[in-house]
Design a protein around this ligand. Structure first.
Ligand SMILES: [Zn+2]
Length: 396
């Protein structure tokens, strides 16, 4: 794959077990532990292949979290780091706190930057990546105060790489993966589940983002085919996944068709060499263990993404042609859609495969943390779905 710029991005949202199974009311804001990676090869040329994926995590509560927006940045560019901090005791009043970003150099943690959190704990800093091609290791620290615990986040790394414009070997544009056919036009779609009459989502209609920067969506004028791999399943999720697709169809106008079982699942790659069943399906849903797929380690319960190619002149940069989502069979979560659990996680991950990224408000399904607050579509989710769905028009 020369002439291909490939980008893999993963964002892990945090979800505490307490929030998942029980009372959120009065809980301090949970800490979305975003972990993002960008890896890729880039050469000159106009065709660009892009793949992004996001995971969702159930996790113990941190006092403070921090993570880079991109795990790889170009020399001379900026490193954007954001996180969350506990700013109130249970039932207490939330107040801003000071977070210090430290970097490990010569075996010691040294202060790089300090910032105040917002009242409910969100914080972010931007710093220069510098010009040394190296891997920088950071963590966020929070001091004790007002009866609140202090502590440090897990450390995270940012790789500083040479800029792609410096690539000295331009080559011809890649024509694209030969085994990725267009979805079958005119194929029968499965029934959609319309939104309840008068349904209004919570939160802000502007609270949504694209999975891939510059915008990413499927062609809504074709039926999107999906397959399910029951191997190693944590529970028989087919009915829940079918309903999740039906609900998204009802809200977005996208049309889906379940084509049956597949033996393929995402284990770190969805490219042609992985054997993605592109001749029969566009999206593949499966299960894996943390041992099989390291991004599912710890409390990460799902991982989903999509890939596609640039479409010059369209309203989005990338037309998606392949989607994948994998569920972690090491977790026993509630099934269905009535409580935080698998149905909600399937909705969230499917929306990643369809081109949506994370929302910033905890009442959006696309928020990185799944709780009682975002069991169903928020206003931002709905707006995002109109931008990737039928109202956006055909995409050739
Ligand atoms: Zn996500």
């Amino acid at each position: 794959m020369s002439a291909v710029r490939r980008r893999a991005l993963s964002i892990l949202g945090a979800l505490t077990a307490a929030a998942l199974f029980g009372g959120l009311v009065g809980d301090p804001p949970t800490a979305p532990a975003a972990r993002v990676s960008t890896a890729g090869v880039a050469t000159a040329g106009s065709a660009e292949y892009v793949e992004d994926a996001h995971g969702i995590q159930v996790r113990r509560r941190y006092v403070v979290t921090g993570a880079p927006a991109d795990r790889t940045v170009q020399a001379g560019d900026r490193i954007r780091i954001s996180g969350d901090a506990v700013t109130a005791r249970r039932h207490g009043r939330a107040r801003a706190r000071r977070v210090t970003l430290v970097e490990r150099t010569s075996g010691r943690w040294r202060r790089v930057e300090s910032t105040r959190t917002r009242r409910f704990g969100a914080w972010s800093v931007v710093l220069d990546a510098g010009t040394d091609l190296t891997t920088r290791t950071f963590r966020a620290e929070l001091s004790r105060g007002r009866g609140l615990r202090g502590g440090a986040s897990r450390s995270f790394r940012v790789r500083v790489v040479a800029g792609v414009t410096a690539d000295p070997t331009p080559s011809a544009p890649d024509p694209g993966p030969a085994t990725t056919p267009a979805p079958a036009t005119g194929e029968v779609a499965d029934p959609a589940e319309p939104l309840p009459a008068g349904y209004a989502g919570a939160g802000s209609a502007s609270d949504w983002s694209a999975l891939i920067s510059g915008g990413s969506r499927w062609n809504p004028c074709e039926v999107i085919r999906w397959a399910y791999n029951p191997a190693g399943q944590g529970y028989d999720a087919l009915a829940d996944v079918q309903r999740a697709f039906a609900r998204i169809a009802g809200a977005s106008g996208l049309r889906f068709h379940y084509v049956g079982a597949t033996s393929w699942r995402y284990l770190g790659s969805s490219d042609d060499a992985s054997g993605f069943p592109g001749d029969t399906a566009d999206i593949a849903v499966g299960w894996a263990s943390a041992a099989e797929l390291p991004v599912l380690s710890d409390m990460t319960v799902g991982y989903g993404g999509a890939s596609g190619w640039t479409v010059p002149g369209a309203d989005v940069r990338i037309r998606l042609r392949r989607g994948f989502l994998v569920l972690d069979n090491g977790h026993a979560l509630p099934t269905g859609f009535d409580r935080p659990g698998w149905g909600q996680i399937e909705l969230h991950e499917i929306l990643h495969t369809l081109g949506l990224g994370h929302a910033s408000g905890s009442n959006q399904l696309m928020y990185g943390t799944a709780t009682w607050r975002n069991l169903t579509f928020g206003a931002g989710d709905l707006a995002g779905m109109t931008r990737i769905g039928a109202p956006a028009g055909c995409l050739s």
